[in-house]
Every structure is written in structure tokens, then in C-alpha cells.
Design a protein around this ligand. Structure first.
Ligand code: F6R
Length: 260
């Protein structure tokens, strides 16, 4: 696990976009894992800018979203299918047919979850997975108590997560109780994961996930088991880390050949 402490969202967006750009240049049909929520938005804007300005090419790329609400009608503006299109994939030249989102409207939920796992595997697995983290330590929507080897499945949101996400809806009552989410085992299969967290409200979560025990009470702590996990945080989100100085020192003195 590498912790990269940067001044703010702008620098995080630039560095994460660099990683995606290098990947696409090496592997034009790379499989990207996409998170929704606020944390990755600056990264998506930076990628859209590079697409427009520099011709960064997504024409062969494939993408899999982490999760989707259950029960929102098709086309609901806050369904993650709509959000990911609006915030990212609709702003670059990725083929809509190559953008996959779990089917939260499926009549047969277990079959839809298995189909999602199968589609990721058929695509050759995720090359780079972007992640945010919930204040309760969830990644995807793997709430506390999720199995560390879980696969795509239905989960019930904790009330704290519903309250956190109510800002996207007209009222708390409209936030669904259920979601489909890639499991922690699914996320661990990605070849590289980049988790982004900003702001003081994430400081304790970042400490738990980076320096706490690997435990289902903080699902994101499972990333300590990942061979290539990059945790990008701003100063506020890093403010509770015990080893912050060591992470800064390691990053500042990193051999250039290592890349990200
Ligand atoms: C969304 C997702 C969630 C969010 C998390 C943080 O697809 O998987 O895990 O990343 O809830 O959300 P923000 O970034 O809005 O704080």
C-alpha cells in the first residue's frame, strides 16, 4: 500500500489522470473500474479535459462501474448509470456499449450479479480501479461487516451512508435502501487500485483503512492485502495518519522507475 499525500484535489486529479493516461497509452483497450460519488469527480474532469485538449483516446477502453442502486427507475438522474455517463463516460470517446453498470432493475438479482462478475472476467479483469471511501469505511457499497472475499451482490445501506448520499436526492426518503456492489474480493482482483479521499471528515476513515487492522468493520482496510494499492489523500484527510511523515518521505524519494 502506497500513501501519497498531496496538497489538494487538483493535484490528486492530475496524478490519478496521469496513471490512467499512462495505462491507456500502454494498453488502449484497458479496463477501467469507475467509482461514483464526489471524490473522483475532479479526476473525471481532468480526463475529459485531456481528451478534449490533448486527444487522450478512450475509443477502445472498457469500463465497469462499482455499484448501482436497486429500485430506481431506468433513467433516474441519480442512478449510477446516469451519473457515470453525465460525469465521465459521456464526456470522452468511450463507446457506450463498453460501459457496464450492475443492473439494479433486474428481476433476478443473483443472476444479474453473476452476469456482472462474468462480464468483468470476460473482459480480462479490471486494470485500474478508482475508489472513493465512505465515512464508515465502505468501498463500493461494501458496508461494515462485508465479507473480505465477497463478490458482486446485493447489500443494504447503513443509515449513515443513506444520509451521506441524501445530498444527491430531494430527500432522505428517496435514497434507496439497497444496492448492487462489486464485492471486496472483486475489487481485490483489480490489477491496480487508486483510492481517493479528501477532507477532514475522512481523516479517521483513512487512518483506519491504512493503519488499522484488516477487519470487516472497516471494509477498505482489505486494501492492505492488495499488492498494488495507491491511497491518494489531501492534507486534511491525511491529518490523523501516524506515519504521515514516512509516507511523504517515501514518496519524495521514490525511485523514478517505479512509477505509480
Ligand atoms: C460510489 C462508491 C462509494 C463512494 C463513497 C464515497 O460508487 O462506490 O463507495 O466512493 O461513498 O463517496 P464520496 O466520494 O461522495 O465521499
Amino acid at each position: 500500500m502506497e500513501v501519497v499525500i498531496l496538497p489538494g484535489s487538483k493535484q490528486i486529479a492530475a496524478l490519478a489522470a496521469d496513471a490512467i493516461q499512462v495505462l491507456l497509452q500502454r494498453k488502449p483497450d484497458a479496463v477501467l473500474g469507475l467509482a461514483t460519488g464526489s471524490s473522483p469527480l475532479p479526476i473525471y474532469s481532468e480526463l475529459a479535459l485531456r481528451h478534449e485538449r490533448d486527444g487522450l483516446d478512450f475509443s477502445q477502453a472498457r469500463a465497469f462501474a462499482l455499484d448501482e442502486y436497486v429500485g430506481l427507475p431506468a433513467g433516474h438522474p441519480e442512478s449510477y448509470r446516469e451519473v457515470i455517463t453525465r460525469e465521465f463516460t459521456g464526456r470522452v470517446n468511450i463507446s457506450p456499449a463498453n460501459v457496464h453498470v450492475p443492473d439494479g432493475a433486474a428481476a433476478d438479482i443473483p443472476a444479474a450479479c453473476q452476469a456482472y462478475e462474468d462480464a468483468i472476467r470476460a473482459a480480462g479483469g479490471v486494470d485500474l480501479q478508482l475508489l472513493g471511501v465512505g465515512t464508515d469505511g465502505h468501498i463500493g457499497f461494501n458496508e461494515p461487516g462485508s465479507s473480505l472475499v465477497s463478490r458482486t451482490r446485493i447489500k443494504t445501506l447503513i443509515e449513515q451512508t443513506r444520509r451521506d448520499n441524501a445530498r444527491f436526492f430531494d430527500s432522505l426518503a428517496e435514497v434507496p435502501h439497497h444496492v448492487l456492489t462489486q464485492g471486496l474480493g472483486t475489487i481485490l482482483d483489480a490489477r491496480h487500485v487508486i483510492l481517493v479521499a479528501t477532507g477532514a471528515q475522512k481523516a479517521q476513515t483513512v487512518r483506519d483503512l491504512v493503519e488499522g487492522p484488516v477487519a470487516a468493520i472497516c471494509a477498505a482496510s482489505v486494501l492492505q492485502l492488495h499488492p498494488h494499492a495507491t491511497i491518494m489523500v489531501d492534507e486534511a484527510a491525511a491529518s490523523s495518519l501516524r506515519l504521515a511523515d514516512y509516507y511523504r518521505h517515501s514518496y519524495d524519494n521514490k525511485p523514478p522507475w517505479q512509477g505509480l
